[in-house]
Design a protein around this ligand. Structure first.
Ligand SMILES: *[C@@H]1O[C@H](CO)[C@@H](O)[C@H](O)[C@H]1NC(C)=O
Ligand SMILES: *[C@@H]1O[C@H](CO)[C@@H](O)[C@H](O)[C@H]1NC(C)=O
Length: 176
């Protein structure tokens, strides 16, 4: 499932997702005329064997300057998922988009609550936000994700993000 330009107020629940790429917002940022994405709830869902669980993907050096806001992710089980939580604002499938600048898409008001299970990648939670438009108002609570591999426990990556965390946090969070 992918939320694209102009999608608003979706409520996705009770889905068993996989194989595939999980449930995403984007990719966005490729076209100048894109519209905001506002209001998405994903809840009571199982991801099994997907490359990502929940993902927000915007192009590096994006053409549009839209806002992605008011997203709620709640009660999600991850079973052997590549990267269970993945905000990627450096999406760049072609070498041509490197060096052209940051994503100009603002991500804000994101709630992540009660997400558990297993990750194939060591970076189980990735928050790679735009340097020019840092993610803001991201709240995380009760996350319990274990790395399935042999190279140590799961970790979180934070770049250019403002937010907070409460409750159980495995891997340890890096929000502030
Ligand atoms: C969720 O899916 C299950 C299995 O398909 C179904 O039995 C149940 O009624 C669904 N629950 C809701 C709230 O739709
Ligand atoms: C984000 O949340 C804040 C505080 O709840 C609210 O004032 C603001 O309007 C929200 N932003 C958007 C784009 O909805």
């Amino acid at each position: 499932i992918a939320m694209l330009s102009g999608n608003t107020n979706f409520d996705i629940y009770n889905v068993t997702c996989g194989p595939g790429h999980g449930i995403s917002v984007g990719s966005l940022g490729k076209d100048r005329n894109e519209k905001n994405v506002n209001g998405l709830t994903v809840r009571d869902t199982i991801f099994a064997g997907t490359s990502d669980g929940i993902r927000i993907k915007t192009w590096e050096s994006s053409a549009s300057t839209i806002v992605i806001s008011n997203l709620v992710y709640e009660n999600l089980q991850m079973i052997d998922v590549g990267t269970p939580i993945n905000i990627d604002q450096k999406y760049c499938p072609y070498t041509s988009c490197q060096k052209l600048g940051d994503s100009h898409i603002q991500i804000q008001n994101v709630t992540l609550k009660n997400i558990w299970g297993t990750s194939r990648n060591k970076v189980a939670v990735k928050f790679q936000c735009s340097k020019s438009f840092p993610c803001k108002n991201v709240h995380s609570s009760d996350i319990n994700l274990k790395h399935n591999g042999v190279d140590g426990p799961a970790i979180t990556l934070c770049e250019n993000i403002k937010g907070s965390a409460t409750g159980k946090m495995i891997p340890p969070h890096c929000l502030n």
